[in-house]
Design a protein around this ligand. Structure first.
Ligand SMILES: NC(=O)c1ccc[n+]([C@@H]2O[C@H](COP(=O)([O-])OP(=O)(O)OC[C@H]3O[C@@H](n4cnc5c(N)ncnc54)[C@H](O)[C@@H]3O)[C@@H](O)[C@H]2O)c1
Ligand SMILES: [Zn+2]
Length: 369
């Protein structure tokens, strides 16, 4: 990996994304939060601006956003369990009380939960008002704020209610990550590793080489890593609007990952941690099939180990996880579609992974046989 180009410190980036109904810009820059009022004016965001955020995020960062709105921020309760219609209802209540009309913009400032809930409220209030996404977790900055999927959970399952509502703009300020707990930061970084494995050996190598600068949240290192991640996700999402099916490659690591989250009732893992295991399982499947180099599997395992501890899996039964994977929505006509790496930077979709193969791979990453 020594021949990989190292990232030039680059403190700003701008990415244009084509969406079904037009185009939007992702701006990435340290200190962008304080310049948000100017950015909103530049993109001609409708003038009544309503912030949706959470008490935690507002306590840490509210003062950076004081120039954005004359109205009080709409603060919604924090946490995945509040990602539900009742919370959307609270946003509607506040908007109606403030007589928000079509010339309004929702400014979602928070993690993926806030972006998904506020984005869904924006998609549906008055049949749709614009939303500007201001993600404040690494996961939201590299994943959930890009692509236009918004929605909430139902008691019967995650993300069952939703819409596509492309943002008017995405404003990413890596300085906001300074207050993010290390475990949350790491959870987002596993998704960055995912982008590296599916699309960019260069990105993968940079994460490995610059791990301590990343954990120190150095903007010069973070900005290009976030930018590459957004470019990869946006590129894949754009391509899928042309029906190539490549969006499924974003599910790399997510088949076993979702099954691990399900069998532990979403309590043990941060999502990214389950994906870390899921990537190891997919890598192992590729090695067993002879389509992935064991040295690349070892490089992935070494990077994940270097990033820090993962919750234990030794007590989890392979059979339970295989059964949960069989209930996944990636089962099409009885066959489990699986995204497998063919190199660091490339994947293939295979349709014939057997339960026995999956069991062996789960055992290889440490589950109970
Ligand atoms: N729409 C999509 O395409 C998409 C893609 C991936 C994930 N998601 C969704 O994203 C959600 C997960 O997002 P998440 O991981 O950001 O979780 P989250 O929104 O729950 O945030 C995690 C925690 O970090 C805290 N936090 C946020 N910003 C902070 C900051 N700057 N400093 C300190 N603490 C901060 C929050 O208060 C929260 O406790 C899930 O609901 C998932 O379904 C959506
Ligand atoms: Zn994910």
């Amino acid at each position: 990996m020594s021949s990989l180009p190292t990232a030039l410190p680059d403190a700003t980036a701008r990415i244009e994304v084509r969406a079904g109904n037009g185009q939007y810009t992702i701006d990435i820059a340290a200190g962008l939060a304080q310049r948000l009022p100017d950015l909103l004016d530049t993109i001609e965001a409708p003038k009544r601006r309503f912030i949706v955020s959470t008490p935690t995020v507002w306590r840490f960062h509210g003062e950076r956003f004081l120039g954005v709105s004359h109205d009080d921020p709409i603060l919604i309760p924090d946490g995945e369990r509040h990602k539900q219609l009742a919370t959307v209802g609270k946003i509607y209540d506040a908007l109606i009380r403030a007589a928000a009309d079509r010339a309004s913009t929702i400014v979602a400032i928070g993690g993926g939960v806030t972006g998904d809930v506020a984005g869904f409220a924006a998609a549906t209030y008055l049949r749709g008002v614009p939303v500007v996404q201001v993600p404040t977790t690494l996961l939201a900055q590299v994943d959930s704020a890009v692509g236009g999927k918004v929605g909430v959970n139902h008691p019967m399952g995650k993300n069952l209610i939703g819409a596509f509502h492309a943002p008017l703009a995405v404003a990413i300020d890596p300085a906001l990550l300074a207050t993010l707990p290390r475990r949350e930061f790491r959870a987002g970084l596993y998704e960055v590793v995912k982008y590296g494995v599916i699309a960019s050996r260069d990105l993968f190598g940079r994460v490995a080489a610059d791990l301590s600068a990343l954990f120190a949240r150095e903007p010069g290192t973070l900005v290009p890593v976030i930018a590459d991640s957004c470019r990869i996700k946006a590129g894949i999402v754009e391509a899928d609007e042309r029906e190539t099916g490549v969006r499924r490659t974003l599910n790399f690591g997510h088949t076993a990952g979702h099954a691990l989250e399900a069998v532990t009732k979403y309590r043990r893992f941060r999502h990214g941690e389950a994906i870390a295991y899921g990537m190891l399982v997919a890598a192992q499947l590729g090695v067993t099939r002879g389509t992935f180099d064991p040295a690349d599997r070892d490089a992935l395992a070494a990077l994940i180990a270097q990033m820090g501890p993962l919750p234990a899996v030794a007590d989890l039964s392979v059979a339970h996880v295989v059964e949960a994977a069989g209930r996944d929505k990636k089962v099409i006509a009885g066959q489990l579609h699986y995204v497998l790496p063919t190199a660091i930077g490339a994947t293939e979709i295979v349709k014939d992974v057997t339960p026995a193969e999956l069991s062996a791979a789960l055992e290889a990453v440490g589950l109970r046989g």
